[in-house]
Design a protein around this ligand. Sequence first.
Ligand code: 2AM
Ligand code: CA
Length: 269
Amino acid sequence: MNLTIRDKLYEQAKEWVLEAGNTIREKINDPLTINTKSDRNDLVTTMDRNTEYFFMTNIKKTYPDHLIISEEGYGDELQSLDGTVWIIDPIDGTMNFVHQKRNFAISVGIYHNGVGEIGFIYDVMADNLYSAKRGEGAFKNKMALSPLSDQKSIYDSILGLNHFWLCKNRLVEEDVIQELVKTVRGTRTFGSAALEFAYVAEGIMDGYMTMGLDPWDIAAGIVIVNETGGRTTDAFGGSLDLLRKSSVLTCNPAIQEKIVNEYMEKGKK
Ligand code: 2AM
Ligand code: CA
């Protein structure tokens, strides 16, 4: 993608992300209409839908040839990542949005012919914007994020995990996850995949591994984590397909092979 075009696209997308976040903040205490999707814990609100609609109408008006993959139904049905594709989660961490009124993010990744060019993860209530352009580093607001250390030991690592590893249809034997939990220094569960990617990029968490995420949960995060030298694969080290749901491991490169080879591969069902 031409760099001048990309810079303009970055500025426009940033403006929309901040505007959408501002609207959510202003309405954070308004009454919510909450519905469920795949199960009773999979929530969606009018705020998710309205925010996605805001992005969709602006993108289609300004860039009629751009395509959209998004969570709440206003996107396109895509069979490939050809062209310029916006991959959007209007609210990542909807359960946090509903129950906690914090710890949720707007996640916007912009891909060109399958290559992640731009990523934004906006922690709306904290007003922290994580961003990256491919090849130009990652930022938290105006602060450049440092490259991740390649010397990290798994014993000194904090790993983001959630209870889905203990639910039905898990992908690995439970005792392997237990071993992994005992090996690392600590675990955290924040409830927003996008924020967990941002924390890996920031180096305040060393990895995040989860069983099933959709493209909109991770598209921006991949671009941002890449720019700090982190790696993102499925939980078994395989490459990700941004048209499908998949397990995900994003982490400091120093611990990736160990997690995959010594835990995940061994416990694979
Ligand atoms: P969401 O809030 O946009 O749905 C929570 O652990 C993380 O997993 C969030 O990023 C959440 O995204 C995502 N997730 C994906 N599928 C989910 C589901 N069925 N139920 C709850 N969270 C889900
Ligand atoms: Ca969402």
